[in-house]
Design a protein around this ligand. Sequence first.
Ligand code: SAH
Ligand code: SF4
Ligand code: F3S
Length: 446
Amino acid sequence: MSDTKANTKKLYIKTYGCQMNVYDSERMAESLGGSGYVEVSSPEEADMILLNTCHIREKAAEKVYSELGRYKDLKIANPDLKIGVAGCVAQAEGAEIMRRQPMVDLVVGPQSYHRLPEMEAKAGNGQTALDTDFPEEDKFEHLKARPKAKRAPAAFLTVQEGCDKFCAFCVVPYTRGAEVSRPAERVMSEARDLVERGVREITLLGQNVNAYHGAFEGGTWGLAKLIRELAKVDGLERIRFTTSHPNDMEDDLIAAHGDCEKLMPYLHLPVQSGSDKILKAMNRKHTAESYLHLIERIRAARPDIALSGDFIVGFPGETDADFEATMDLVREVNYASAYSFKYSPRPGTPAAEKGDKMVDFDVASERLQRLQELITQQQRAFQDAMIGRDVSVLFEKTGRQADQMGGKSEYLHAVHVTDPTVQIGEMRRVRIIESRTNSLSGVVLG
Ligand code: SAH
Ligand code: SF4
Ligand code: F3S
C-alpha cells in the first residue's frame, strides 16, 4: 500500500483549443495513470506539467510560450519537474519548442499520444523526448482503456481525426494530418462503456466529423448510420456531433435531424464568409447560396434546429462589399450562436503567402466588431425566445447557491433551476422563466 502511495506522481494538464483537445487530454491523463500519475488542479503541486496546445491562430500559439515562461520558477525549485508540450503547436513546431524554451522535456504531436508513457519515462535528467510522427495505428486503440470510474453525464467521443479539405487559411490538415475515421465497432463499444459509467449525452467529435466513414464488417458506416445505431443504446439519451463541413452534409444526416429523437436540434455548420469570391479564395468549395440552400433543407427536416457557425473577417482581399455579403448571410440564416475571428496568417498555409492583400488591421477590427454585434443580437433573441417554453435539461452540475442545479437544454443553452429534488445526471422538463446574460433559468415541471 505504502509503495503505491510513494510511487504516485502528480500530473497537471492545461488544455487549449477545440473539444478534440479536451478529449485527448482526458485520454492522456488516463494513459499516464498507468505510469503512476494522478491528475491535480494546479501546476505548483505537479511532478509533470503537460500543455495540450492549439495552433489555429497566432494568439493561441503564442499563449503556450507565455504559459511556459510562468513555470520557470517551478522548474528551478524542482529540477525533477517534467514539462511536456502536446497538441497542435507540438506538431507544427516540434523541436523548435525546445530551442525556444529549453526547460521543455517532451514534445508530442496529436497522433503519438499512445507513446506518451515511454516518452515520459525517457524524459528528464537532461534527456528530452520528441515524437511528431503520423503513425498508421489508431492511437486511441493503443491508449490505455478508459478506467471504469463514474463519469459526468455529458462526454466527448472522438470518432474522426484530421482533415483533407485544406481551407487556405487553416493549419489543421498539417497539424492533425489526413482524415482518419475510427472503426464503428470501437466507437460503439466506447460509447456503451461511457453509458455504463453514467454518461447520458455523447458529443461525437471530429475536425470534419460528418465525413466520418468508419469500417464495419467489410463495409463502412457514415455518420448518420453511426448516430442511428448509437440511438439504440439504452441509457444514452442525447447525441450531438461537431464540427461539420457543409459539403459533407449528406441526405441521410439531414434526415436524421428530423427522425432521430436522440439527435439534438443543434448544428454547428461553419461557412466562414458570405462572399463567393472570398469563399473561392479560401478554397471552401461551396458558395453562399449552396450553404443557404443546405440550411433550408436542414430546417425543413427540423424546423426548430439551433444553428451555429464560424466566421473569419479580414481574409486577404476582403472588400467592404465582401464583408457586407457576410453580414447579409448572417441576417438570412439567423444564428442561435456563432463564433467570429479576425484572420490570422498561419505559417505554411497558402493564404499566408498573400501578405500583399492583407486587410488593414483597423478595418478588420471594425468589421469584427460589427459582425459580433449582429451575432450577439441574434443569440440574445434566440435565447429570449425561450421564455415561456418547456425544454428538457440534462443536469450536469450544482450551482453557486444552495439547491441550484445547472444543465443544458436540447438547444445547448445553459439552464439553471433551484430545486432540491433534482439530481446530477437526470433529464427533467423545465419551463423557462427568465433569460439572463449567458444562461436561462426556469422551474422543473412535475
Ligand atoms: N474543423 C472545423 C474547425 C476548424 S478551426 C471546421 O472546419 O469548421 C475553428 C475555426 O477557427 C474555423 O472554423 C475558422 O473560423 C477559424 N480559423 C481557422 N483558421 C483560422 C485563421 N487562420 N485565422 C482566423 N480564424 C481561423
Ligand atoms: Fe480547417 Fe477547413 Fe479542415 Fe475545417 S474544413 S479543419 S477549416 S481545413
Ligand atoms: Fe486548435 Fe488543433 Fe483543435 S489547431 S482548434 S487544437 S485541431
